[in-house]
Design a binder for this molecule. Structure first.
Ligand SMILES: NC(=O)c1ccc[n+]([C@@H]2O[C@H](COP(=O)([O-])OP(=O)(O)OC[C@H]3O[C@@H](n4cnc5c(N)ncnc54)[C@H](O)[C@@H]3O)[C@@H](O)[C@H]2O)c1
Length: 311
Protein backbone atom coordinates (compact mmCIF):
# COMPACT_ATOMS: atom_id res chain seq x y z
CA UNK A 1 0.00 0.00 0.00
CA UNK A 2 1.21 3.46 -0.88
CA UNK A 3 0.35 6.40 1.37
CA UNK A 4 0.70 10.14 0.88
CA UNK A 5 1.02 12.22 4.05
CA UNK A 6 0.78 15.99 3.67
CA UNK A 7 2.19 18.04 6.53
CA UNK A 8 4.36 15.02 7.27
CA UNK A 9 7.12 17.08 8.90
CA UNK A 10 4.65 18.45 11.43
CA UNK A 11 3.55 17.19 14.81
CA UNK A 12 0.74 14.80 13.90
CA UNK A 13 1.73 14.18 10.27
CA UNK A 14 5.20 12.91 11.21
CA UNK A 15 3.73 10.54 13.79
CA UNK A 16 1.33 9.19 11.16
CA UNK A 17 4.07 8.85 8.52
CA UNK A 18 6.44 6.99 10.85
CA UNK A 19 3.70 4.65 12.07
CA UNK A 20 2.62 3.88 8.49
CA UNK A 21 6.18 2.96 7.58
CA UNK A 22 6.38 0.76 10.64
CA UNK A 23 3.25 -1.01 9.39
CA UNK A 24 4.81 -1.62 5.96
CA UNK A 25 3.29 1.23 3.90
CA UNK A 26 5.39 2.99 1.27
CA UNK A 27 5.08 6.63 2.31
CA UNK A 28 5.52 9.92 0.44
CA UNK A 29 5.44 13.18 2.37
CA UNK A 30 4.59 16.61 1.02
CA UNK A 31 5.57 19.42 3.38
CA UNK A 32 6.76 22.95 2.66
CA UNK A 33 8.49 23.12 6.07
CA UNK A 34 6.75 26.39 6.90
CA UNK A 35 6.43 25.19 10.49
CA UNK A 36 7.40 21.50 10.36
CA UNK A 37 10.92 20.32 11.06
CA UNK A 38 13.33 17.69 9.76
CA UNK A 39 13.84 16.65 13.39
CA UNK A 40 10.43 14.98 13.32
CA UNK A 41 11.53 12.83 10.40
CA UNK A 42 14.64 11.22 11.84
CA UNK A 43 14.16 7.54 11.00
CA UNK A 44 11.82 8.19 8.06
CA UNK A 45 12.86 6.24 4.96
CA UNK A 46 10.40 7.41 2.30
CA UNK A 47 10.34 10.28 -0.18
CA UNK A 48 9.90 13.88 0.99
CA UNK A 49 8.61 16.47 -1.47
CA UNK A 50 9.46 19.87 -0.01
CA UNK A 51 6.72 21.88 -1.67
CA UNK A 52 3.42 23.48 -0.84
CA UNK A 53 0.25 21.52 -1.50
CA UNK A 54 -0.86 24.68 -3.30
CA UNK A 55 1.95 24.52 -5.86
CA UNK A 56 3.10 20.92 -6.21
CA UNK A 57 2.61 19.37 -9.65
CA UNK A 58 0.86 16.20 -8.52
CA UNK A 59 1.00 14.42 -11.85
CA UNK A 60 4.74 14.69 -12.33
CA UNK A 61 5.93 14.62 -8.71
CA UNK A 62 3.63 12.53 -6.55
CA UNK A 63 3.39 8.73 -6.81
CA UNK A 64 -0.20 7.50 -7.11
CA UNK A 65 -1.39 6.77 -3.55
CA UNK A 66 -3.90 4.25 -2.25
CA UNK A 67 -4.50 6.41 0.82
CA UNK A 68 -3.94 10.07 1.67
CA UNK A 69 -3.63 11.60 5.12
CA UNK A 70 -3.99 15.35 4.75
CA UNK A 71 -2.46 17.12 7.75
CA UNK A 72 -0.84 20.14 6.05
CA UNK A 73 -2.29 23.38 7.31
CA UNK A 74 -1.55 26.69 8.92
CA UNK A 75 -2.21 25.68 12.50
CA UNK A 76 -1.58 28.94 14.36
CA UNK A 77 -5.05 30.00 15.49
CA UNK A 78 -3.88 33.57 16.22
CA UNK A 79 -3.23 34.35 12.53
CA UNK A 80 -5.99 36.74 11.44
CA UNK A 81 -5.12 37.03 7.73
CA UNK A 82 -8.28 35.50 6.29
CA UNK A 83 -7.15 35.31 2.66
CA UNK A 84 -3.91 33.59 3.61
CA UNK A 85 -5.65 31.14 5.93
CA UNK A 86 -8.30 30.15 3.41
CA UNK A 87 -5.84 29.83 0.55
CA UNK A 88 -3.53 27.63 2.56
CA UNK A 89 -6.08 25.53 4.36
CA UNK A 90 -9.14 25.38 2.14
CA UNK A 91 -7.61 25.69 -1.34
CA UNK A 92 -4.78 23.33 -0.35
CA UNK A 93 -7.37 20.81 0.81
CA UNK A 94 -9.34 21.24 -2.41
CA UNK A 95 -6.30 20.31 -4.51
CA UNK A 96 -5.66 17.23 -2.36
CA UNK A 97 -9.30 16.22 -2.60
CA UNK A 98 -9.22 16.40 -6.42
CA UNK A 99 -5.98 14.43 -6.55
CA UNK A 100 -7.38 11.77 -4.23
CA UNK A 101 -10.65 11.38 -6.14
CA UNK A 102 -8.78 11.18 -9.44
CA UNK A 103 -6.79 8.20 -8.16
CA UNK A 104 -9.65 6.67 -6.14
CA UNK A 105 -7.54 6.98 -3.00
CA UNK A 106 -9.11 6.99 0.44
CA UNK A 107 -8.74 10.47 1.93
CA UNK A 108 -8.44 11.04 5.65
CA UNK A 109 -8.09 14.73 6.52
CA UNK A 110 -7.58 16.77 9.66
CA UNK A 111 -10.43 19.00 10.73
CA UNK A 112 -10.59 20.63 14.15
CA UNK A 113 -12.77 20.97 17.22
CA UNK A 114 -12.26 24.70 16.59
CA UNK A 115 -15.35 24.49 14.34
CA UNK A 116 -17.49 24.29 17.52
CA UNK A 117 -16.26 27.63 18.88
CA UNK A 118 -17.81 28.14 22.28
CA UNK A 119 -20.81 25.92 21.73
CA UNK A 120 -22.14 23.71 24.46
CA UNK A 121 -20.44 20.54 25.68
CA UNK A 122 -20.35 17.71 24.72
CA UNK A 123 -19.67 18.76 21.13
CA UNK A 124 -21.60 16.65 18.63
CA UNK A 125 -20.60 16.50 14.95
CA UNK A 126 -23.76 17.97 13.45
CA UNK A 127 -24.53 20.59 16.10
CA UNK A 128 -23.26 23.95 17.36
CA UNK A 129 -20.90 24.81 14.51
CA UNK A 130 -19.63 28.28 15.32
CA UNK A 131 -16.06 29.00 14.12
CA UNK A 132 -14.64 32.05 15.90
CA UNK A 133 -11.39 32.73 14.02
CA UNK A 134 -10.04 32.36 10.46
CA UNK A 135 -8.33 29.08 11.30
CA UNK A 136 -11.52 27.51 12.66
CA UNK A 137 -13.45 28.92 9.72
CA UNK A 138 -11.03 27.32 7.23
CA UNK A 139 -11.67 23.91 8.85
CA UNK A 140 -15.41 24.56 8.94
CA UNK A 141 -15.30 25.38 5.22
CA UNK A 142 -13.47 22.12 4.48
CA UNK A 143 -16.12 20.10 6.33
CA UNK A 144 -19.04 21.97 4.78
CA UNK A 145 -17.63 21.62 1.28
CA UNK A 146 -16.87 17.97 1.61
CA UNK A 147 -20.30 16.91 2.89
CA UNK A 148 -21.73 17.25 -0.63
CA UNK A 149 -18.75 15.46 -2.18
CA UNK A 150 -19.29 12.61 0.29
CA UNK A 151 -22.75 12.03 -1.12
CA UNK A 152 -21.08 11.13 -4.42
CA UNK A 153 -18.29 9.16 -2.71
CA UNK A 154 -19.97 7.55 0.30
CA UNK A 155 -17.06 5.32 1.11
CA UNK A 156 -13.95 7.34 0.54
CA UNK A 157 -13.56 10.52 2.61
CA UNK A 158 -13.13 10.77 6.36
CA UNK A 159 -12.72 14.06 8.21
CA UNK A 160 -11.33 13.89 11.74
CA UNK A 161 -12.10 16.73 14.13
CA UNK A 162 -9.19 16.59 16.51
CA UNK A 163 -9.67 18.08 19.96
CA UNK A 164 -6.55 19.23 21.91
CA UNK A 165 -3.70 17.02 20.81
CA UNK A 166 -0.46 16.74 22.82
CA UNK A 167 2.64 14.59 22.71
CA UNK A 168 6.05 13.99 21.13
CA UNK A 169 6.97 15.99 17.99
CA UNK A 170 4.99 19.13 18.88
CA UNK A 171 8.03 21.09 20.12
CA UNK A 172 8.50 23.10 16.90
CA UNK A 173 5.03 24.59 17.36
CA UNK A 174 6.33 26.81 20.17
CA UNK A 175 3.44 29.03 21.30
CA UNK A 176 0.98 26.96 19.28
CA UNK A 177 2.08 23.76 21.06
CA UNK A 178 -0.23 22.16 23.61
CA UNK A 179 -0.89 23.68 26.99
CA UNK A 180 0.62 20.56 28.53
CA UNK A 181 3.94 21.30 26.83
CA UNK A 182 3.79 25.01 27.82
CA UNK A 183 3.18 24.12 31.47
CA UNK A 184 5.92 21.47 31.36
CA UNK A 185 8.42 24.11 30.19
CA UNK A 186 7.44 26.50 32.95
CA UNK A 187 7.86 23.77 35.53
CA UNK A 188 11.25 22.79 34.05
CA UNK A 189 12.32 26.41 34.56
CA UNK A 190 11.46 25.94 38.24
CA UNK A 191 8.42 28.23 38.02
CA UNK A 192 4.91 27.65 39.26
CA UNK A 193 2.76 26.89 36.19
CA UNK A 194 0.47 29.80 35.27
CA UNK A 195 -3.17 29.11 34.43
CA UNK A 196 -6.39 31.14 34.31
CA UNK A 197 -8.36 31.55 37.54
CA UNK A 198 -9.14 29.03 39.05
CA UNK A 199 -8.00 26.23 36.82
CA UNK A 200 -11.39 24.60 36.48
CA UNK A 201 -11.71 25.14 32.71
CA UNK A 202 -11.80 21.83 30.90
CA UNK A 203 -10.48 20.65 27.56
CA UNK A 204 -10.65 17.28 25.86
CA UNK A 205 -6.91 16.54 25.68
CA UNK A 206 -6.01 13.59 23.50
CA UNK A 207 -2.61 11.94 23.20
CA UNK A 208 -1.03 11.99 19.74
CA UNK A 209 -0.61 8.20 19.81
CA UNK A 210 -4.39 7.88 20.05
CA UNK A 211 -4.79 10.39 17.20
CA UNK A 212 -2.57 8.19 15.03
CA UNK A 213 -4.79 5.24 15.96
CA UNK A 214 -7.86 7.25 14.92
CA UNK A 215 -6.27 7.89 11.52
CA UNK A 216 -5.59 4.20 11.06
CA UNK A 217 -9.15 3.39 12.13
CA UNK A 218 -10.37 5.86 9.48
CA UNK A 219 -8.86 3.60 6.83
CA UNK A 220 -11.43 0.99 7.81
CA UNK A 221 -14.38 3.39 8.22
CA UNK A 222 -17.70 1.92 7.21
CA UNK A 223 -18.68 5.12 5.40
CA UNK A 224 -17.55 8.64 4.57
CA UNK A 225 -18.17 11.26 7.26
CA UNK A 226 -16.72 13.79 9.67
CA UNK A 227 -15.99 12.47 13.15
CA UNK A 228 -14.78 13.78 16.49
CA UNK A 229 -11.40 12.62 17.72
CA UNK A 230 -11.23 13.16 21.46
CA UNK A 231 -11.35 11.11 24.61
CA UNK A 232 -14.93 12.03 25.51
CA UNK A 233 -13.61 13.45 28.78
CA UNK A 234 -12.73 17.01 29.76
CA UNK A 235 -9.58 17.46 31.85
CA UNK A 236 -9.29 20.61 33.97
CA UNK A 237 -6.21 22.84 33.89
CA UNK A 238 -5.66 21.95 37.55
CA UNK A 239 -5.62 18.26 36.58
CA UNK A 240 -2.97 18.97 33.93
CA UNK A 241 -0.67 20.34 36.59
CA UNK A 242 -1.39 17.43 38.89
CA UNK A 243 -0.51 14.96 36.11
CA UNK A 244 2.69 16.85 35.24
CA UNK A 245 3.71 16.96 38.91
CA UNK A 246 3.23 13.19 39.05
CA UNK A 247 5.17 12.65 35.82
CA UNK A 248 8.06 14.89 36.91
CA UNK A 249 8.05 13.96 40.60
CA UNK A 250 7.53 17.63 41.57
CA UNK A 251 5.08 19.58 43.74
CA UNK A 252 4.49 22.85 41.90
CA UNK A 253 1.41 24.86 42.83
CA UNK A 254 -0.64 26.56 40.12
CA UNK A 255 -0.30 30.34 39.86
CA UNK A 256 -3.70 31.71 38.85
CA UNK A 257 -4.22 34.86 36.78
CA UNK A 258 -7.23 36.60 35.24
CA UNK A 259 -8.44 35.25 31.93
CA UNK A 260 -8.04 38.17 29.47
CA UNK A 261 -10.47 36.75 26.89
CA UNK A 262 -14.05 38.04 26.75
CA UNK A 263 -15.19 34.78 25.17
CA UNK A 264 -13.55 31.62 26.34
CA UNK A 265 -14.57 28.01 25.91
CA UNK A 266 -14.70 26.74 29.48
CA UNK A 267 -15.61 23.18 28.64
CA UNK A 268 -14.78 21.09 25.59
CA UNK A 269 -15.58 17.42 25.45
CA UNK A 270 -16.06 15.32 22.35
CA UNK A 271 -19.18 13.26 21.92
CA UNK A 272 -17.59 10.05 20.69
CA UNK A 273 -20.64 7.89 19.81
CA UNK A 274 -20.27 8.24 16.00
CA UNK A 275 -16.51 7.70 16.06
CA UNK A 276 -16.99 4.60 18.21
CA UNK A 277 -19.65 3.21 15.92
CA UNK A 278 -18.44 4.14 12.42
CA UNK A 279 -14.67 4.22 12.90
CA UNK A 280 -14.50 1.72 15.71
CA UNK A 281 -12.29 4.28 17.46
CA UNK A 282 -11.96 4.78 21.19
CA UNK A 283 -8.96 6.47 22.86
CA UNK A 284 -6.74 4.00 24.68
CA UNK A 285 -4.59 6.14 26.96
CA UNK A 286 -6.04 7.56 30.12
CA UNK A 287 -4.88 11.11 30.69
CA UNK A 288 -2.34 10.49 33.45
CA UNK A 289 -0.77 7.55 31.59
CA UNK A 290 -0.45 9.70 28.49
CA UNK A 291 1.19 12.60 30.35
CA UNK A 292 3.59 10.16 32.04
CA UNK A 293 4.52 8.63 28.69
CA UNK A 294 5.02 12.10 27.19
CA UNK A 295 7.09 13.42 30.09
CA UNK A 296 9.27 10.30 29.81
CA UNK A 297 9.88 11.13 26.15
CA UNK A 298 10.57 14.84 26.87
CA UNK A 299 13.01 13.98 29.63
CA UNK A 300 14.90 11.67 27.29
CA UNK A 301 15.44 14.50 24.78
CA UNK A 302 18.27 16.79 25.88
CA UNK A 303 17.45 19.52 23.38
CA UNK A 304 14.03 20.38 24.77
CA UNK A 305 15.58 21.17 28.11
CA UNK A 306 16.26 24.69 26.81
CA UNK A 307 12.88 26.27 27.34
CA UNK A 308 11.31 28.35 24.57
CA UNK A 309 9.89 31.69 25.68
CA UNK A 310 6.46 31.26 27.13
CA UNK A 311 4.21 34.24 27.72
N1 LIG B 1 -2.40 19.82 17.23
C1 LIG B 1 -3.69 19.94 17.50
O1 LIG B 1 -4.09 20.02 18.70
C2 LIG B 1 -4.72 19.99 16.40
C3 LIG B 1 -6.07 20.14 16.76
C4 LIG B 1 -7.01 20.18 15.75
C5 LIG B 1 -6.64 20.04 14.43
N2 LIG B 1 -5.33 19.91 14.10
C6 LIG B 1 -5.00 19.78 12.68
O2 LIG B 1 -4.10 18.70 12.51
C7 LIG B 1 -3.24 18.93 11.40
C8 LIG B 1 -1.80 18.77 11.85
O3 LIG B 1 -1.54 19.76 12.84
P1 LIG B 1 -0.21 19.76 13.71
O4 LIG B 1 -0.61 20.05 15.12
O5 LIG B 1 0.58 18.56 13.40
O6 LIG B 1 0.48 21.09 13.16
P2 LIG B 1 1.92 21.34 12.53
O7 LIG B 1 1.98 22.82 12.30
O8 LIG B 1 2.97 20.70 13.34
O9 LIG B 1 1.83 20.58 11.13
C9 LIG B 1 1.41 21.16 9.94
C10 LIG B 1 2.43 20.82 8.88
O10 LIG B 1 1.96 21.27 7.61
C11 LIG B 1 3.02 21.90 6.92
N3 LIG B 1 2.40 22.84 5.98
C12 LIG B 1 1.74 23.99 6.25
N4 LIG B 1 1.26 24.54 5.13
C13 LIG B 1 1.64 23.71 4.11
C14 LIG B 1 1.43 23.73 2.71
N5 LIG B 1 0.74 24.72 2.11
N6 LIG B 1 1.94 22.72 1.96
C15 LIG B 1 2.63 21.71 2.54
N7 LIG B 1 2.86 21.64 3.87
C16 LIG B 1 2.36 22.63 4.65
C17 LIG B 1 3.87 22.55 7.99
O11 LIG B 1 5.20 22.79 7.57
C18 LIG B 1 3.79 21.49 9.09
O12 LIG B 1 4.81 20.54 8.96
C19 LIG B 1 -3.57 20.32 10.90
O13 LIG B 1 -4.43 20.22 9.79
C20 LIG B 1 -4.28 20.96 12.08
O14 LIG B 1 -5.17 21.98 11.66
C21 LIG B 1 -4.36 19.88 15.05
Amino acid sequence: MRALVTGGAGFIGSQIALELERLGFKVTIIDNFSTGTFKNLIGFKGEVIAESVLDVDFDSRVPKPNVIFHEAAITDTTIMDQKFMIQENFEGFHRILEFGLKHKARLVYASSAGVYGNSESPQVEDKGLNPLNPYAFSKYLMDQFVYDVMKLYPNVIVGLRYFNVFGPHEQHKEKAASMIYQLYLQMKEGKNPRIFKFGEQKRDHIYVKDVVRANLAALEAKRSGVFNVGTGRGTSFNELIEALNEGLGTKFEPEYFDNPYAFYQNDTRAEMASSNKILGFKSKYNFKEAVKDYVGWLESKAEVQTPISVS
